[in-house]
Unconditional design. Structure first.
Length: 389
């Protein structure tokens, strides 16, 4: 409720600043619509009587801050969201912080000083944003967490994301089914990685996967020769790779292969996303693993171009695809609803250790070599030429 009250206050401030009565254009005709609410929960709408009158989009600056250009997906997210909001007539400012939390703080300060009425934040280290989010709240700015939840703050009004635990569950289930862990005797040599220690999503991904895989480690069907696999999902930071860094994942995998896999071959690797999977695959290549002979199963997430090519080449088994076009469209809708004073539609809720944040949650999908064409090419996410098909 704190979030809703905050949002209502912020919307009031926005309407007062915007001062116009024009309806924003809602023509997103060439873009995908967010999917209907799923089984994550019932669709909830803010009571209409809390909604203030519409603000004029042309007078409304929306600040968008993304973590880094170096990770492919954020380029797509930022560009799509900006394109949609520009098309609706909003003023936008899009910034990337190259994974430096202090840079992101300055960018948010600049956006607040420039009069932003709504901030869409994909955070690097959300806890470091607490003071600047308080400033935003004091100025009556609406704050939307994009993909990554803003933790430990009362100053976040909405969250839009994909089902994060669901991503991990898909990775774990993929390994369990492909390796037939239910009936396998083992030991099947297995290694696990987690994402950045400062990203709330990373713990959710790992937890979703560990719920599926941990019983097989306990029963001895899976064997983690490095001994690094955490005893519980709560200890996921033991295998975290800070800043989701490809080179750090490669180093860590090389260390494990050199130290613990001189006699046995690793047969499966849980990688939480594609940037890590890329480094892990490079380490496997250097260690002499060969596709079609002894290359292990390797998971991923995002559907980055290099990883999809690796999937086609047999160097990565799957990726969990989160269509950035859908997330951007969902957030553009949310911005438009909040700015125009109509009820905000959400279908889930995430707790940020202080409050339940009303959330728009979308469904991810598994992509394997068999479904690259139907899911990624037929939907125009990639052209066949880009992927060398
Ligand atoms: C996102 C992933 C992404 C990772 C690294 C996470 O917060 O949910 O899609 O792979 O950050 O950028």
């Amino acid at each position: 409720m704190a979030a809703l009250a905050g949002a209502a206050l912020a919307m009031g401030a926005l309407a007062a600043c915007g001062g116009g009565g024009d309806e924003p254009a809602d023509d997103t005709s060439t873009t995908e619509e967010a999917p209907p609410a799923d089984d994550a929960g019932d669709v909830e709408e803010e009571p209409a009587d809390e909604a203030p009158p519409a603000a004029n989009p042309a007078d409304t600056l929306v600040g968008i801050t993304m973590p880094a250009r170096s990770l492919e997906r954020w380029n797509r997210d930022g560009a799509k969201l900006q394109e949609l909001l520009d098309g609706m007539g909003y003023q936008t400012d899009l910034q990337y912080a190259e994974n430096e939390p202090e840079t992101q703080v300055s960018q948010l300060e600049n956006q607040i000083n420039a009069g932003a009425k709504i901030l869409v934040v994909a955070s690097i280290d959300s806890e470091s944003l607490a003071p600047v989010l308080q400033t935003a709240r004091d100025e009556g700015v609406i704050i939307i967490a994009y993909d990554r939840l803003l933790m430990n703050t009362p100053n976040v009004d909405y969250y839009a994301t994909f089902d994060n635990a669901g991503v991990g569950a898909m990775q774990g289930e993929y390994l369990a089914e492909t390796l037939e862990l239910e009936t396998a005797e083992g030991p099947i040599y297995f290694e696990a990685f987690a994402g950045s220690d400062d990203d709330n999503n990373a713990g959710l991904f790992f937890g979703g996967a560990w719920d599926v895989l941990q019983p097989y480690l306990e029963s001895g069907v899976l064997e983690c020769a490095s001994g690094k696999c955490p005893a519980s999902k709560e200890q996921w930071t033991d295998v975290a790779i800070h800043a989701w860094d490809t080179a750090a994942a490669q180093d860590e995998m090389e260390t494990r292969l050199n130290s613990f896999y001189t006699d046995n071959k690793v047969q499966a690797v849980l990688s939480p996303n594609d940037s890590l999977a890329l480094g892990i695959a490079q380490a496997l290549d250097s260690a002499g693993y060969v596709v079609g002979e002894d290359y292990p199963l390797l998971t991923g997430q995002d559907g980055d171009e290099a990883n999809v090519k690796n999937i086609i080449a047999g160097k990565q088994s799957m990726t969990v695809f989160k269509d950035t076009r859908l997330l951007a469209a969902a957030v553009a809708d949310l911005v438009n609803q909040l700015a125009s004073g109509t009820a905000a539609t959400t279908n889930a809720s995430y707790n940020n250790d202080i409050q339940d944040v009303p959330t728009v949650q979308l469904d991810p999908v598994v992509v394997t070599a068999d479904s690259v064409q139907t899911i990624l090419v037929d939907s125009d996410f990639y052209t066949a030429e880009q992927l060398g098909l």
